[in-house]
Design a binder for this molecule. Structure first.
Ligand code: ADP
Length: 510
């Protein structure tokens, strides 16, 4: 190809980034630089022309790994010696930011080509670079993103595996229910708990059919509630196994997952076999019921004997004997009260407490309670606020039990001479609210939510001296709730407590 037909100067101006170097090893003075190169390294001609190559592009002192200066020099020397083109593998070669001592990260691919004259001597070396920073960085980012997603996937897998193991070792059955398609997916353990064989399919309705009839409503109610509250909390129900006919008590919990990316709302949760603890509990209840029942009869007789003695001795005015008998009768009364509580609890647990609704007036009821209480109690000031005549349809004896329970607690947990206030007022045109306020020991806020739990007693210096089994408030709560009402406590530790309950004039079921 004839030389003179090519305009090298014009080619140089538009060529890929190129430095033209003198073969004056080891300096390799920069003779010329083209616009593409200047742009690539962000420099002006005077920054480069006349400088030695390695002087213009020193190593980045903050980058201990790269030995670019070394490999560039070696490549240039190879070109000088062999007079053949030398390609440098892609490498990181940070460029100095002119006027500062900072470097900018760059990846390059470089080619050093000898330019040889007719005599076969190398007159220049063309150093052509290709900036591959973008490609390298993109590749690195992709790699990083991939590794991250892999790590996440592995973590999720591990978590799922751990969860699966936990579920298995706890013998939990799991279920999944699509609220719209009603598709019901259950684990093998779930099927087994419902007495299905593994081959049988199981729809939601079929599962429900195995639940004892009285509890089916409770489950649909629980699910309805879950739609508004997002959670199924500790639903307990008995199930008769489909094939084995066995009774199992199950407890289910679950969570509602709102509709999302094309999928309908769904429930997922677990079931647990609680038959054993249920039966244990049942036995305990039966035992308590039996013992209380057996104790009640002799105590009632004892109470009767004491009363007979009292009436016989009354005319003789033997003050010691009458006082002692009075005390004995009080103690027996207390025991009868405690045992009555146990009997009530066991009846309640067995589902045997029924409301006997009668029409009664709250004003009269409170008057009666007031006169009963003031006979037994002379140490505390119990102040009954006046009550308007308020006709209610309630189980009179049970409401009386609630109020006397609250008052006797107020007495038990406040010092002698303390004042206790009892009020009863109509609220919201359809209910009445009864409050018992004391200035006693009070209840810490962490204990407040639990005082209505069965057998719950606050443990501290003041309460250990007081006899009790922690069933009074539990009974109160059950009775109030069966009337369609609610009961709550407000209290400040050391200042006193106010127990209140609200019941409608007539319960919804009556
Ligand atoms: P108990 O037989 O133990 O009194 P309750 O069910 O009646 O059982 O009460 C449960 C617990 O609540 C009590 O043990 C006591 O710690 C606390 N409590 C109940 N009423 C009061 C009150 N008026 N003031 C302070 N603590 C109370």
């Amino acid at each position: 190809m004839p030389h003179h037909s090519v305009d090298f100067a014009a080619y140089f101006q538009t060529a890929p980034p190129t430095l033209l170097l003198k073969p004056d090893a080891p300096r390799f003075t920069i003779v010329d630089v083209n616009p593409a190169y200047l742009q690539a390294v962000n420099a002006n001609p005077e920054d480069l022309i006349g400088l030695g190559t390695l002087e213009a592009f020193p190593d980045n002192p903050d980058d201990p790994v790269t030995q670019n200066v070394q490999s560039l020099r070696n490549s240039l020397i190879r070109v000088l010696n062999t007079k053949v083109q030398d390609i440098l593998p892609s490498q990181k070669y940070d460029i100095p930011v002119r006027g500062t001592d900072r470097f900018e990260t760059r990846y390059w691919k470089a080619t050093n080509s000898p330019i040889v004259n007719d005599a076969g001597e190398v007159v220049y070396i063309a150093h052509v670079v290709l900036d591959i920073t973008k490609a390298v960085v993109t590749a690195q980012e992709e790699r990083f993103a991939y590794e991250l997603s892999e790590a996440r996937r592995r973590a999720t897998e591990q978590m799922e595996e751990r969860l699966r193991l936990a579920i298995e070792s706890a013998s939990l059955g799991t279920w999944h229910f699509d609220a719209i398609t009603r598709e019901f997916i259950v684990s093998p353990r779930f099927k087994a708990l419902f007495g299905f064989s593994q081959e049988e399919t199981m729809t939601f309705d079929e599962a429900i059919k195995q639940v004892e009839e009285g509890y089916q409503g409770k489950i649909s109610k629980g699910i309805e509630l879950a739609f508004s509250q997002g959670e199924i909390k500790d639903l307990e129900f008995p199930v008769i196994g489909r094939n084995d006919g066995q009774l199992r008590w199950l407890r289910s919990t679950g969570r509602l997952y709102a509709a999302q990316d094309g999928k309908g709302a769904n429930f997922s949760g677990t079931v647990m076999d609680i038959t054993k603890s249920r039966l244990d509990e049942q036995r305990k209840n039966d035992f308590i019921a039996m013992v209380s029942h057996e104790l009640k009869t002799p105590l009632t007789s004892l109470n009767g004997y004491i009363q007979v003695l009292q009436s016989k001795l009354e005319p003789q005015h033997n003050s010691l004997v009458t006082t002692v008998l009075d005390k004995a009768r009080k103690q027996v009364g207390k025991m009868i009260g405690l045992i009555g509580g146990f009997l009530n609890v066991s009846r309640l647990e067995a589902g045997k407490i029924h409301l006997e609704i009668t029409r009664c007036d709250m004003a009269t009821l409170l008057k009666e309670i007031e006169s009963d209480i003031s006979i037994d109690n002379r140490s505390r000031h119990i102040v009954f606020s006046p009550v308007e005549t308020t006709w209610m349809n309630v189980d009179r004896d049970k409401i009386e039990l609630v109020i006397t329970n609250l008052i006797s607690n107020a007495i038990k947990y406040s010092p002698i001479d303390a004042t206790i206030q009892v009020t009863c007022v109509p609220v919201a045109h359809d209910s009445v609210m009864v409050r018992v306020k004391d200035h006693g020991i009070g209840i810490k806020s962490e204990d407040q939510p639990h005082v209505f739990d069965r057998f719950y007693r606050v443990e501290n210096r003041q309460t250990t001296a007081v006899a009790g089994f922690g069933i009074g408030l539990y009974l109160c709560k059950e009775i109030v709730e069966r009337h369609g009402g609610k009961i709550w406590v407000e209290s400040e530790f050391g200042q006193g407590s106010t127990f209140s309950f609200c019941i409608p004039f007539r319960p919804a079921t009556a």
